[in-house]
Design a binder for this molecule. Structure first.
Ligand code: GDP
Length: 235
């Protein structure tokens, strides 16, 4: 059974980019400093449930996007920047950190447009055998078999060199044929040169063509990330 009924934990928010709107010029001009791009479209995010086993996953409905990363990579902060504070708080609640937390993004008519799945952070220890060693057993089947999963957002820390555990996850996703995008978090901590150098190192170490630098603190890259999420959602 779901731990919490969908109607109990919901809140309104303005997220940083429209899921339903692709109108040109619908974003405001980039802020010179500070907040993420503020949206022109109002959405509601609704916490659906925390799943501790495959039986508890919500019935597949709309496109789903999964968020993955090592503990402390900045996943909650980025989710916060994307969909509002409560979503991140739910995901950090003790007991829910080992679960997959599902959120629905509702349009103005309260119809779900997209689901976000916040996966448990994996550890710093080298992952052996399976990507889900040290993860609850239902994570790997989720990634392998979830039919509406369109995109995996893999978070890596831009301040640290490429990690074996991240490499293993990415290799696994490649092998499974899952579409994924890698975002490098906390880039506000780096100078321009460091950012370029570290992003290059991540691309090389993880064998990636593209890495999107983001900062939950300044909002850097959040608009671009939304564009990617939106594209995946409309597939
Ligand atoms: P999680 O464990 O992956 O959910 O990571 P959190 O979102 O809780 O962040 C872990 C730590 O990194 C916290 O101390 C955050 O304040 C910090 N952090 C997260 N995102 C950013 C960012 O964009 N910039 C900076 N400077 N710090 C960040």
């Amino acid at each position: 059974m779901p731990l919490e009924s969908p109607s109990r934990v919901s809140h309104k928010f303005c997220h940083a980019g429209p899921v339903s709107s692709t109108r040109k010029g619908s974003f405001r001009e980039p802020q010179p400093y500070g907040l993420p791009q503020m949206p022109t479209t109002r959405f509601t995010t609704q916490f659906l449930l925390s799943a501790l086993s495959a039986e508890q996953f919500p019935a597949p409905s709309v496109s789903e996007i999964a968020f993955l990363g090592r503990s402390n990579v900045g996943k909650s902060s980025l989710l916060n920047a994307l969909v509002g504070e409560k979503a991140a708080k739910v995901s950090q609640t003790p007991g829910r950190t080992r679960a997959i937390n599902f959120f629905a993004l509702l349009d103005q008519r309260q119809h779900p447009r997209l689901l976000f799945a916040d996966l448990p952070g994996y550890g710093y220890a080298k992952i052996s055998k399976s990507i889900s060693a040290g993860w609850p057993a239902f994570i790997e089947p989720y990634l392998a078999m979830r039919s509406m999963l369109k995109l995996c957002i893999c978070l890596v820390d831009s301040n640290v060199p490429p990690q074996q555990s991240d490499r293993q996850l990415i290799d696994w996703l490649r092998h499974a044929g899952r579409d994924f995008a890698v975002v490098a978090t906390k880039v506000d901590r780096l100078s321009g040169n460091e950012r370029t150098r570290n992003v290059l190192a991540l691309k090389k170490g993880l064998e990636l063509e593209d890495v999107l630098p983001v900062s939950a603190k300044t909002g850097y890259g959040v608009k671009e990330l939304w564009a990617r999420l939106e594209a995946a959602g409309s597939e």
